[in-house]
Write a protein that binds this ligand. Structure first.
Ligand SMILES: [Zn+2]
Length: 237
């Protein structure tokens, strides 16, 4: 499984702008977070050169791009409404090309975003140029309008939950394609530890996991709760 993430706009085109918010910048930040989350699963995930605008390169300049090494292409944008419509126009929506027959992944992504609080505006069909190029090469593709850059409720929700948004989109992709989480077996604080080999063995087996910050804390005490978790994992093996 190989996923390509493209942040919308870029180069001379900032996309939608309001106050200090620039769509191109926000899309690149979300794409970077999303790549980090996706790489926690058993898959490959590439990012289109963030210094460039995929639209400008592929469509305006007509430069060829080979999508065929990818299984799924996701282009990330932020939406904007023309007038000041705070509280009236908000939420997430996704676009697929007319050639896309199955949209279960896009439904998952929108449902997961709705669980955070974003209005589900549904899946729409539109042949946006870049995702159409991918689909023409036989690669499934979609464009996500994450939420509205000019809606204060959307922005508040997004800025307070940015990591969760990335996590939940990654989770939708992983669930759709049946991607397992990568087992982390090396930790940044066990390199010199006498129990290094045993720690890696139990980590690989899934019996013990490290902390979110990439440490294992090999000299920490085990609580009764943690011991019960390990024993429970042994029992269910
Ligand atoms: Zn856009």
């Amino acid at each position: 499984m190989n996923i390509l993430l493209i942040a919308g706009h870029g180069e001379e085109d900032p996309g939608a702008c309001l106050y200090s918010r620039r769509e191109a910048t926000m899309a690149r930040e979300l794409v970077a977070l999303l790549q980090k989350e996706l790489l926690k699963y058993e898959c490959k995930c590439g990012v289109y050169n963030p210094d460039l605008s995929a639209y400008h390169q592929m469509i305006t300049l007509g430069k060829p791009y080979d999508f065929t090494m990818y299984d799924y292409v996701l282009e990330v944008h932020f939406n904007a409404h023309k007038s000041n419509a705070d509280g009236k126009v908000q939420g997430s929506e996704m676009y697929v090309t007319s050639g896309e027959l199955v949209t279960t992944l896009e439904e998952r992504i929108l449902n997961n975003l709705a669980a955070i609080g974003f209005t589900n505006r549904g899946i729409k069909c539109k042949d946006f140029a870049v995702i159409k190029k991918a689909k023409k090469q036989g690669v499934s593709s979609a464009l996500l309008e994450t939420c509205f850059i000019d809606d204060e409720d959307d922005m508040m929700l997004y800025l307070n939950n940015t990591e969760l948004v990335a996590k939940t989109i990654a989770y939708a992709i992983a669930a759709e394609y049946g991607l397992e989480k990568k087992v982390q077996a090396t930790f940044r604080d066990t390199e010199e530890h006498w129990a290094k080999k045993d720690i890696e063995k139990v980590a690989k087996s899934g019996l013990m996991k490290g902390y979110y910050d990439g440490t294992f804390m090999p000299d920490n005490f085990v609580t009764r709760g943690e011991l019960a978790t390990v024993l429970s994992r042994i029992l269910s093996k």
